[in-house]
Design a protein around this ligand. Sequence first.
Ligand SMILES: Cc1cc2nc3c(=O)[nH]c(=O)nc-3n(C[C@H](O)[C@H](O)[C@H](O)COP(=O)(O)OP(=O)(O)OC[C@H]3O[C@@H](n4cnc5c(N)ncnc54)[C@H](O)[C@@H]3O)c2cc1C
Ligand code: FES
Length: 368
Amino acid sequence: MDFSAILKTVSILVAVSAGLSVVISIAEKVLNNYGTVELDINNGKKKLSVTGGSTLLSTLAQEKIFIPSACGGKATCGLCKVSILEGAGPLLLTEEPYISLEERKQNMRLSCQVKVKSNMKLLIPEDLFNIREFITELVEVEDMTYDIKRLRMKLPEGMTIDFKAGQFVQFYTKPYGKQKEEVFRAYSISSKASEKDHIELLIRLVPNGIATTYVHTALKVGDQVRLSGPYGDFYLRGNCEELIMIAGGSGLAPIRSLVYDVIEKGLPHKMRFFFGANTMRDLYYMDEFAQIEKDYPQFKFIPCLARPEPSDNWQGVTGFVTVALQEQVDSGEGKEAYLCGSPGMLDACIKILKEKGFTDETIFYDKF
Ligand SMILES: Cc1cc2nc3c(=O)[nH]c(=O)nc-3n(C[C@H](O)[C@H](O)[C@H](O)COP(=O)(O)OP(=O)(O)OC[C@H]3O[C@@H](n4cnc5c(N)ncnc54)[C@H](O)[C@@H]3O)c2cc1C
Ligand code: FES
């Protein structure tokens, strides 16, 4: 084949593929055009006319109804369940791991997976209508360690947030660099629940993570930050004498809020906070927790370094946090445990706690 024949063939192929992509994009627009769809919520208490085509989670968010979601709609957290009585279509493969047989009977579905294509009847717990959106201003950023930043956001004038210490907010990024779409991720509130006009978060950089790269490289003091919340059931129950608190990395965030809550409310609980880290450079808020220990004898702070460097000159507990738990917590009697950190660390700690007599009713956690 001579050169001009090759050129002609390539040109024809390019033209055909360009034509095909135009046809596909027109077909997508036509096929995904579900027009206006009616949503009936809680037996007619609320009726919405929405544009079809998006997931139920994002459609409701546009209507300022915020369903809990920790994974940003990736079908990995299972938090975004709502009961859809009509109009959802069959259960999807991505939903199956999260919807138990009992929940299937109640028509539970993952709202991040179900697309709004036809009229729907939904049941949504009333308390979710209290979740609000906040357009905040980032007023402070501080490096707490080499990979954890503290963000302090000011709520709009006159707006306040009521949350239970331990709960989280949804943080919405803006497009940056090659990331053209907004994403949202869950971050636990690290500030005091009594401080209602500001929110603080502790955000650890995940290599190549969309939201954390945005926070660590693109976000600046003075920028607007969209948040919604509060969400979650990681908060104090307090039906006990002592609270065993365990965290690693940015898992310190909700525990800090919990510790201050107990102190500010004058609750009688003893508290022991086991914080697991690798080396000295992973420790932060050390002075603050040391000061709380001095001021409130009911609180004990136990940082544990798994691999201290010789130059760290570490005098505290050496070894995994699990070893400290094993040695220092005698039994689960009269205690509740509150854990926050990586799934691996939490699973190992929960195993030990259960061996010591803690139960599913006395162990509370957020894994991330
Ligand atoms: C209830 C809840 C509260 C949370 N609170 C906090 C908090 O206070 N502070 C905080 O820093 N994070 C917190 N997280 C985690 C946070 O929501 C994000 O998952 C995390 O910041 C990563 O987001 P990303 O967009 O940067 O990464 P993504 O773009 O979502 O992920 C990029 C890649 O990294 C992997 N990855 C995702 N998360 C992690 C991780 N934590 N470690 C290692 N690899 C990961 C993903 O599987 C993916 O391969 C919380 C999560 C939950 C569920
Ligand atoms: S938002 Fe996480 S599973 Fe739906």
